[in-house]
Design a protein around this ligand. Sequence first.
Ligand code: UGA
Length: 439
Amino acid sequence: MKVSVVGCGYLGAVHAAAMAELGHEVVGVDVDQRKVAALNEARAPFFEPGLDELLGRTLGAGRLRFTTDFGDAAGAQVHFVCVGTPQKRGEYAADLRYVEAATESLLAVLQPGELLVGKSTVPVGTAARLAELVDGKVPGALVAWNPEFLREGFAVQDTLHPDRLVYGVPSGPDGERARALLDEVYTTIVAAGTPQVVTDYATAEMVKTAANSFLATKISFINAMAELCEATGADVKQLADAIGFDDRIGRKFLNAGLGFGGGCLPKDIRAFMARAGELGADQALTFLREVDNINMRRRIRMVELAREVCDGSLLGKRVAVLGAAFKPDSDDIRDSPALNVAQQLQLQGAVVRVTDPAALDNSRREWPHLDYAATPEEAAERADAVLVLTEWQQYKQLDPVAFGRVVARKRVLDGRQALDREAWTAAGWSYRALGRRSD
Ligand code: UGA
C-alpha cells in the first residue's frame, strides 16, 4: 500500500520505517529539515536500538523516503498522524496544535476513500472532532484512531510485534471500510494472531491514556510502599518480588526508585486529569494527582538522602550522577528524574558531575549549567558520593572494587535498585537505596 506518516519524531520515524519493513511504500513528512535529512541518510535523530539498521534496510529497498513537502503525501491510501502532544505551558492539558496543523495539511491532499489514522496520544473527544472537520472538507474520506503503545528503547520491536491492535472507527459502513484498510496495512501483524480491539473513537483514545495511567499508578504504588519501607525498616525490593509472584499483580513496573519521567507518563496523566475536569468527571481521576505527587516526592527524597550520606550538608561536596536519560537505552531527557535531582544537588551547593552513555549531547544542550563527564570514572573522580539514577547496563556492570579507587569516599546511592548490594558492600562501599534498609 501507499502510506504517509506525518510527524517523524519518536513515534513517526519508527512507524514509517516499520510500515516500510511490512512491505508498504512509505513517505514520512516532517517540518524539520534537519530531521528529514538525517532520516534520509538512515540516521535516527535520537537513540533507539535497531532503528538505524531498519532505516538503512527500508531506504535501501526504495520503499521509504522522508520529505518536508506535504504534497508528497498525496496518493497514499492511508495517512498516519504521529505528531507530538506535549503538555501545554503552565497547564495540565495537552497541546493539540501539532495534531491540528497536521490534519489541516493533510486536508489539502486527502481524497475520498482514503483513511486518516491518528496515532498521537490525544484527549478523549479529539478524534470525533477531527472526523467532523474531515467530513466537512473531504466528504467520503475516513478517520480512525489507532493508539500506539511502543516503549522507548524497544520501539522497533513494539511496533513490528505489538501486543494488541486497537482501532477506533466510526459506526456503520465507514467503520467497516476503515477497519479493512487498517487490517490491510497491518496484514502481517494481524496474521500473527495479534489480539484486536475494534471500537469507537472515545474508547480507543481512552485505552491509551488509561494504559499509561495504570502503569504510572503501579510505579507510584510501589514507591509509596518504598516510603513506608523506609519508615519501618522493611525492604521494598523483596516486597515487590513477593507481591509480584501473584500473577494478578505481576512483577513488571514494580521497580521502586526514582520514579517515572519521560515524554509520556507524566504529561499523559496530567492531560487525562485536565480532560476529566472539562468533562465534569474530575473526581474519577483525583487519585492521579496523588500518583503524580508520590512520583515527584521520590526526587526530593533522593536529594535528602544524598545530603544525609554527605554528613548533613551538600555544600562543596563532590557528587557523581550516573545517568541523565529518563530511562536506559534512550537519550531522551524529557522530564528526566536523574537530571532533576542533579540540578537540585547543584542548586544546594554540591559540585555535581553527570555522565550518561547516550544522553550527554541532549543534556548539554538543555541544561548547559551542569557539569558533564564522558565516563563514570571521570564523573566519580574524588567524589564524596556516587548516585546511580538511570539503570544503564554499563552501570550495573561496574566493578565496585576498581571503581572504589576513583572516589574519595565509597558511598553509593542506588536510585534504581540497579546494583548488586552485596558486591558493593563487600567492596567496602556504604550502600543506600530508596526503600531499602541501610545496612
Ligand atoms: C510509556 C509506556 O510504557 C508505553 O507503553 C507507551 O506507549 C509510551 O509511554 C507512550 O505513551 O508513548 P516510555 O515512556 O518509553 O513508555 O517508558 P516506560 O518504559 O513506560 O518508563 C517510564 C518511566 O517509568 C521511566 O522513567 C522508568 O524509569 C520508570 N519506571 C518504569 C519505574 O520507575 N519503575 C518501573 O518499574 C518501570
